[in-house]
Design a protein around this ligand. Structure first.
Ligand code: C5P
Length: 235
């Protein structure tokens, strides 16, 4: 089933301010596929605020990156389900038992089970950081290894950087979902992102969903920015 270009866009609402998040989500409803709420928002405001944003009708990617013992992560997943996220995530480094426990816990809610995604290697970590942690393969090798492990545990996909799309697609096939941040249209400021790609290049390389924050949320006209990105993806 093909996805409409706008539905591939998840807007990162990186703010602790519920009112600002709701205002931006209301403005963008119908122009993007969903919103991403992360730790900054969740720790400040809790699940009621997640429900308030989700209540506006857009799918919510609840980006809390659970990483703990299997029993605790399963409990965290169960506790997240009443907020009705469309996408939830965990760290693949929590291991296969933890990922399987998270997957099992998904089926315990009332509504449709969210998509369950793993984070492989944080893109803030390079080969030297991994060596410091006792991991002697390159970041790319570790990413592919963890993506394959994620897939073998029955999860739906991974979050990955633009440059990891190709190697993961090759290793995990077409049905494995790839959610990609680090997106910058040519007309947007780079900000603090280093390894970036354009929306159309990310989709052409095999991304399923794009996480985009400031190019939309800091634009003078966020709706126009979202439309330009959807048009770019669609062409
Ligand atoms: O504003 P910007 O488009 O850079 O926002 C990107 C979003 O994606 C932020 O919420 C950021 O935390 C998240 N993210 C990222 N790189 C990763 C994982 C998540 O930029 N590797």
């Amino acid at each position: 089933m093909s996805i409409a270009p706008k539905d591939r866009i998840y807007v990162a609402l990186d703010t602790p301010d519920v009112g600002a998040a709701i205002a931006m989500a209301q403005q963008l409803a119908g122009y993007v596929g969903g919103v991403k709420l992360g730790k900054e928002f969740f720790v400040a405001n809790g699940p009621d605020a997640v429900r308030a944003v989700g209540g506006l009708g857009m799918p919510v990617f609840l980006d809390l990156k659970f990483h703990d013992i299997p029993n605790t992560v399963a409990g965290a997943v169960r506790s997240a389900l009443p907020s009705a996220p469309a996408i939830l995530n965990v760290h693949a480094m929590g291991g296969s038992a933890m990922m399987r426990a998270a997957k099992e816990a998904l089926g315990t809610g009332d509504g449709p089970a969210p998509m369950l995604i793993a984070v492989t290697v944080l893109t803030s970590l390079g080969d030297d950081d991994l060596a410091e942690l006792g991991i002697s393969v390159t970041a790319e090798q570790q990413v592919v290894r963890l993506a394959k492990l994620t897939q073998s545990c029955g999860l739906d996909g991974v979050v990955c950087s633009p440059r990891e799309i190709g190697p993961i697609r090759d290793a995990c096939g077409d049905d494995f979902k790839l959610i990609v941040p680090g997106i910058r249209p040519t007309w947007a400021a780079t900000g603090d992102q280093k390894r970036i790609t354009t929306p159309s290049d990310a989709i052409a390389s095999g991304a399923d969903y794009l996480v985009i924050g400031r190019p939309i949320t800091s634009a003078d006209d966020p709706v126009a920015a979202a439309k330009m990105i959807a048009d770019e993806i669609g062409n």
